[in-house]
Ligand binder design. Sequence first.
Ligand SMILES: Cc1ncc(COP(=O)(O)O)c(C=O)c1O
Length: 363
Amino acid sequence: MSEITGPSFFIGKGDEKLISFGSGQPDLPPPPQAFDVLKTYSSFKYGLVQGEESLRAALATQYPKAKSEQFVVTNGASEAIDLALRAIRLRLPKGAIGKVVLPRPYYYSYPHNVRLAGMVPVYYDLKKGKIDYDNFAKVVQGCAAVIINSPSNPTGTVQEVETLRKIEALCEKLGVYVLSDEVYKDIIYVRGNYLLKGSRVVTINSFSKTYAMCGLRVGYLYSQRKELVADVIEMKTHTAMNTSIVGQMMALAALSAPASYIAHNLEVWRSRRDLMVEGMTELGLELWSPEGAFYVFPKFGSSAGGSGKVVRDLYHRYGIITYDGAWFGAPGRVRFSYALDAGKIQEGLRRLQEFLGKEHKRR
Ligand SMILES: Cc1ncc(COP(=O)(O)O)c(C=O)c1O
C-alpha cells in the first residue's frame, strides 16, 4: 500500500527512526498480573460465545446493580460497537431508515460502523470538542441511536456531567439507544468519570487503553436490554465466535491490578499531555488542552493542500506519523497521539518545528 488513504496505512507500522504520533496504542506495559496467567495457562478449547463467566462476573462488580449475564466479551470495543449497532438495526420497525447520531469530529470508525450495520449516520458539530445540548436535542429526534464518546478520540474533551445527564434523560424519553463508548474512562485529567446509565444505554469498553492491551483484542458491551444482549450473542456465534480465551483470562487478571496501576499511568499521560500542549503552543499551533484520552488535535488550516498534505509531508520528509483530521470529519486539523515516551515526543516536536519553519515559509 503506497498511498496514505486512511489509518490502515499506519496501523501497526513503526521503526526506530519513525516518530509515531499515529495510532492510539499505549506504549506503557500491561499490569504484571496479566503476564502471570501465561505461566500456567493450558486450555485452548472454544469458550462461551458470550465470554467467560469469571470475567463477566468481575466486570459486573464495576457497574451498580449489573449482572454478569448483561455483558458480552468482544474482540475489543470495535466488535462491541459493530455488533451493538447491528443488533439495533435488527429490531427497527419495517421500513425505518435507522439514523444514528454522531458527534463531529468523531472516532473514524463510527460512520463506517453505522453504514456497515445498514443504517445512516447523521451529525452534529461539537463546539471546541463539547456537545451543545440544544443542537444535540434537535438532531436526535426520530433517530434510532446515538454514540457518545467521553473522553473523546480525537478531541481529548470530556463532556459536562450536566450535559450527559440531560442526554440520558432525553434518550430514555425518546426510546433512543445510547452507545456510550467509554474506552478512555480511566484516562481523564479533570474530574472523576461519569458513566452513562439507563435502559437504552449500551456501555462499550475495552482493555486496550486502560490496561495497555490493544493487540490482545478484549473488550465488552454491557446492556440491561435482554433482547439486545441475546441478539449480539446470536450474531457473534455466526461471526467471530468466542473472544480469545487466554486473552480473557489475561484481562481478568489485569482487573486484579491495584488501583495504583491506573493512577500511575494517568500521571504519565498527564505529563506527556503537558509536554505536547506546551511544545505545540510554543510552535504557534492552535489547540485546546486535552481533558482526557491521549490526543491533541491542532489546526493546520492555512497550509496549502490541507491537512492531508501535512500528514503526507510529515511522514515522507520528516519521519513523523500523524492522522489527518479529515478521517475524523475535521479537515484542516491533524491528530497527534501522545502514546510515546517523553524523549520521542521531544524529538517529534523538534522535527515538527523544522517542518513548520521550512514548509510554511515556502508557501
Ligand atoms: C473511541 C474509540 N473507540 C473504540 C476504539 C477501539 O478500541 P479496541 O482496541 O478496544 O477495539 C478506539 C481505539 O482507538 C477508540 O479510540
